[in-house]
Design a protein around this ligand. Structure first.
Ligand code: MG
Length: 496
């Protein structure tokens, strides 16, 4: 039995109501992004808002808090029980320190800003978005002050990546930025990996593509009795419970790597949730532990497995059977198409080599805003200068530059670094896995996905949020987060 302490058991029993509301909210969220009729949006918004308030009331009720305080005093808790206390304490402290009025204001300001941002982006008009972003920065600074961290930015970063500090990020990004810019340029100059590939223009049959996506998921080991694959505007993964983890993809009818790559990426997220120890179901630790760790799982499957020559070799016969135009292309061609390397203005279109440069730029800007070393009005200019310096291209307008991402308009400052952490950790995890199971590509080419899944389950997935992220990484890979493996991985893959 994972949970033995009677006070923890009582706490978890009470928590089940909160969990049930989370479950309902997740399902409503999935519906909004997949099948909900457009006209239903307004009333759905009301329902979701009321349910969220109800959830918060339950969570912050005197009854729940006193049960928590009692459990917190217990000594000799096991690792799982300690995890429950840690996770709940983080959330309770947040609400105790940050006044509800500020959170209400944040909700109001960001709801408006989100709409303004969408129009501003469309017209490439930063000026119209500027006053809204200024308000958001002020609110986030206040929020950070209330959390009482040593550094303001760290208080925001910690909301997305528990325990991570700007000192950690500075250390890793300074190890990455210049070597990565150089490596990127070297790869472009070598010209082995194309900047454009004819396969990008090949049209595919949507039904056949769907079939291929399902087939690949079957082979990778996605459990369709506990999940679904649907279509949405942007691919995502959402979990209702440990036995209901759904993914989506998109179909553009050409450039098939976008549909398949998203499927494999989201599979990585879903597998994490699906392999959490069942004993943690319905508890606060029955979920992924942080954004960075979650992203490391999706990038591991997308970059290390899907974007490999071994993957192409294993799946080439199925791909060719379903996408007849592939008869004109050898497996090596398909591999190069999957691994196109070219400078992109848009972060989400960026290849795995220069993607982190997009993140470093955003990190430096948002940290500057919170630390008052940069004004909102300076963002477009600084953005373009940094793009030129790091990636080698400056966007022609703000739509393709500083207005491209939704995050800041929603108040998500401190979120971006977790994407780069995903890349860094994916490479570190690959290294650790290979030290035990041997070369990853050798497993992939033989279709030994079970071995890979089991290793990930044992080292990472089964824990859920039991251990804090830094501890989890140390146990799984034997050391702290280290960007050197990411650089080594890229060099070997793209320059060998
Ligand atoms: Mg992701």
């Amino acid at each position: 039995m994972v949970f033995q302490n009677p006070k923890i058991k009582k706490l978890l029993e009470k928590y089940s109501d909160v969990w049930a509301l989370n479950h309902a909210l997740a399902l409503l969220g999935w519906d909004v992004n997949t099948y909900m009729p457009r006209g239903a949006a307004e009333r759905r918004g009301v329902a979701v808002a009321r349910l969220s308030v109800l959830r918060q009331k339950l969570f912050l009720s005197d009854e729940f808090k006193s049960i928590f305080r009692e459990a917190e005093k217990e000594e000799n808790l096991n690792e799982y029980e300690k995890g429950v206390i840690r996770v709940l304490k983080r959330e309770l402290e947040f609400y105790e320190k940050v006044p509800p009025e500020l959170l209400e204001e944040e909700a109001k300001v960001t709801t408006k800003a989100r709409v303004v941002w969408e129009k501003a982006k469309e017209k490439s008009d930063f000026k119209s978005f500027e006053p809204h972003l200024e308000k958001i920065v002020e609110i986030e600074k206040k929020k950070a002050e209330y959390r009482e961290f040593d550094k303001l930015y760290d208080a925001l970063l910690d909301l997305f990546e528990e325990g991570l500090t700007s000192e950690d990020v500075d250390r890793m990004f300074s190890q990455l930025r210049i070597p990565l810019s150089k490596l990127f340029k070297k790869i472009l100059d070598a010209g082995v990996f194309p900047q454009h590939h004819k396969l990008e223009d090949e049209k595919y049959d949507k039904e056949a593509m769907k079939y291929l996506n399902f087939l690949v998921l079957e082979y990778l080991g996605y459990d369709f009795s506990r999940g679904r694959l649907d279509v949405s505007t942007h691919p995502f993964t959402i979990d209702m419970s440990l036995d209901d983890v759904r993914i989506t993809t998109w179909y553009h009818t050409s450039d098939f790597r976008r549909s398949l790559g998203s499927v494999v990426h989201e599979f990585g997220h879903a597998l994490y949730q699906l392999q959490i120890d069942k004993a943690l179901a319905g508890t606060p630790i029955g979920t992924g532990v942080s954004f960075g760790i979650h992203e490391s799982q999706s990038r591991f499957w997308e970059n290390m497995i899907w974007r490999s020559r071994a993957f192409i070799d294993f799946f080439y016969p199925s791909m060719r059977a379903l996408l007849p135009f592939l008869k004109e292309y050898k497996p090596e061609e398909v591999y190069r198409y999957f691994c196109i390397v070219r400078p992109e203005f848009i972060r989400v279109e960026a290849d795995e080599v220069h993607y982190p440069l997009h993140i470093i730029l955003r990190y430096e800007i948002e940290k500057g805003l919170i630390e008052d070393s940069l004004n909102v009005s300076e963002i477009p200019q600084v953005w373009n200068e940094k793009m030129e310096k790091y990636v080698g291209v400056a966007p022609p307008n703000d739509r393709l530059g500083c207005l491209q991402d939704v995050h800041w308009s929603e108040g998500y400052i401190g979120y971006f670094p977790t994407y780069a952490i995903g890349s860094i950790l994916a490479a570190q995890i690959k290294k650790a896995l290979e030290s035990e199971l041997g070369n990853l590509e050798d497993l992939v080419v033989k279709g030994e996905f079970t071995k890979i899944r089991e290793w990930l389950r044992e080292k990472i997935h089964k824990w859920g949020a039991t251990l804090p992220p830094k501890e989890l990484i140390k146990r799984a890979t034997g050391e702290d987060m280290n960007p050197k493996y990411f650089l080594e991985y890229l060099e070997k893959k793209y320059l060998a």
